[in-house]
Design a protein around this ligand. Structure first.
Ligand code: NAP
Ligand code: MG
Length: 398
């Protein structure tokens, strides 16, 4: 049998710990037997980030801008413990943060639905995708404890020295105060990424803020979305038969609980942080969640939503058997290969990506799964497989 050919390489970003182990297994058992895999390889494992002074992360993001599609393994974001564990010369920044800043993207997260893992919300029949704005607001705030009586003001000083002031509050006693910001340019990128992704996946998009209370700040988000939609997307949405819908955040929350799913919910930074955890746990598990970073100019980076599964890795290093769920990492590969196929017009590669996903879901539906799913599955007597045996069971079906 001749292998499925690729024309443009994928940017491959290898990572750390248990997901690095899974990464090799997926390539060996699920991809390379069928696909003549072409990748431009970047090792984002922490040791290699250290030895390159983190240049490899920057190089991988630049390669993604050049080639258009990347697949990324989970990576360690160093903290003090990791600095010691790996003997790091400094606490390197989060690779996801670096890549996100360079691609100016929005992160879309959607649950992977499978028979036998039922969402807690009974009417959620199709996935709800969360689109989280990944810049500003409370994540880049400035805050202060107010020690006692006095006046707090917001002061803007223009480059020519002119000032604009707004009273925040006349304090009679102690309290707290916070200032935050966002940028028109970042909100515009967020809006474009959302509209592009909605067209790409043919789903309606909802956006909600608290603009009735935040009449300037949140209202700016609402206006920018509407202006960009009217100017560049209204016609294309009508042709695709999809809708853009704005509502108040409280109304959105109530509607989401009653909805059937199958749409994208665009969220401001904080709302996206909180709501994506709610949506993913209600759908089942973080290991059954796809995540893709989409830049406003249509560059895609696919990854799993979970981390490097450190505890399982330490068991693996001690020679103990693990049962780590590889579904989200498999779907990162299938998503990236399908996108590459679409851009390069490779029908057999697209069909392979579909079959890889079908084989993965069918394996779980037949009762063969990893421990995390067996714990929440409604299937009678599921068979718990090891990390490697689960991947091999998928390979057999494939
Ligand atoms: P984690 O790797 O997501 O794992 C947390 C726990 O969730 C695991 O201990 C495990 O629970 C369960 N879990 C997550 N993924 C699973 C899977 N595929 N299969 C089975 N169970 C799974 O988060 P963490 O342990 O807090 O973080 C580990 C490292 O990952 C950190 O260094 C962090 O910086 C990094 N991280 C990277 C990314 C990224 O690159 N995208 C994202 C988040 C975190 P049990 O132990 O109960 O089985
Ligand atoms: Mg969170």
């Amino acid at each position: 049998m001749s292998k499925i050919q690729m024309t443009t390489p994928l940017v491959e970003m290898d990572g750390d710990e248990m997901t690095r182990v899974i990464w090799q297994m997926i390539k060996e058992h699920l991809i390379e037997p069928w696909v003549d895999l072409k990748t431009e390889y970047y090792d984002l494992g922490l040791e290699h980030r250290e030895s390159t002074g983190d240049q490899v992360t920057v190089d991988s993001a630049e390669a993604t801008r050049r080639l258009g599609v990347a697949v990324k393994c989970a990576t360690i974001t160093p903290n003090a413990a990791r600095v010691e564990e790996y003997g790091l010369s400094q606490m390197w920044k989060s690779p996801n943060g670096t890549i996100r800043a360079m691609l100016d993207g929005t992160v879309f997260r959607a649950p992977i639905l499978v028979q036998g893992i039922e969402p807690c919300v009974r009417n959620w029949a199709a996935p709800i995708t969360i689109a989280r704005h990944a810049y500003g607001d409370v994540y880049k705030n400035a805050e202060m404890r107010v020690p006692g009586a006095g006046k707090v003001e917001l002061v803007y000083t223009a480059t020519d020295g002119t000032e604009q002031r707004t009273l925040v509050h006349e304090f009679a006693g102690a309290g707290v105060v916070q200032g935050m910001h966002n940028l028109d340019a970042s909100i515009e990128s967020f809006a474009r990424s959302c509209f592009e992704y909605a067209l790409d996946t043919r789903q309606d998009i909802w956006f909600a803020t608290k603009d009735t209370i935040s009449k300037t700040y949140d209202h700016r988000f609402k206006d920018i979305f509407q202006e960009i939609f009217d100017a560049d997307y209204a016609e294309r949405f009508a042709e695709a038969g999809i809708e853009y819908f704005y509502t108040l955040i409280d109304d959105a929350v109530a509607r989401v609980m009653k909805a059937q799913g199958g749409f994208i919910w665009a969220c401001k930074n904080y709302d996206g942080d909180v709501m994506s955890d709610m949506v993913s746990s209600a759908f089942g598990s973080l290991a059954m969640m796809t995540s893709v970073l989409v830049s406003p100019d249509g560059i895609y980076e696919y990854e799993a939503a979970h981390g490097t599964v450190q505890k399982h890795y330490y068991k693996h290093l001690e020679g103990q058997q693990t049962s780590t769920n590889s579904v989200a990492t498999i779907f990162a590969w299938s998503g990236a290969l399908r996108k590459r196929a679409e851009l390069d017009g490779l029908d057999d590669l697209a069909a392979y990506a579909d079959r890889l996903e079908q084989a993965t879901l069918a394996t779980i539906e037949s009762g063969e799964m990893t421990g995390d799913l067996a714990r929440i599955s409604s299937i009678d007597n599921p068979r718990v497989l090891s990390t490697e045996d689960f991947i091999k069971a998928i390979a057999t079906r494939l």
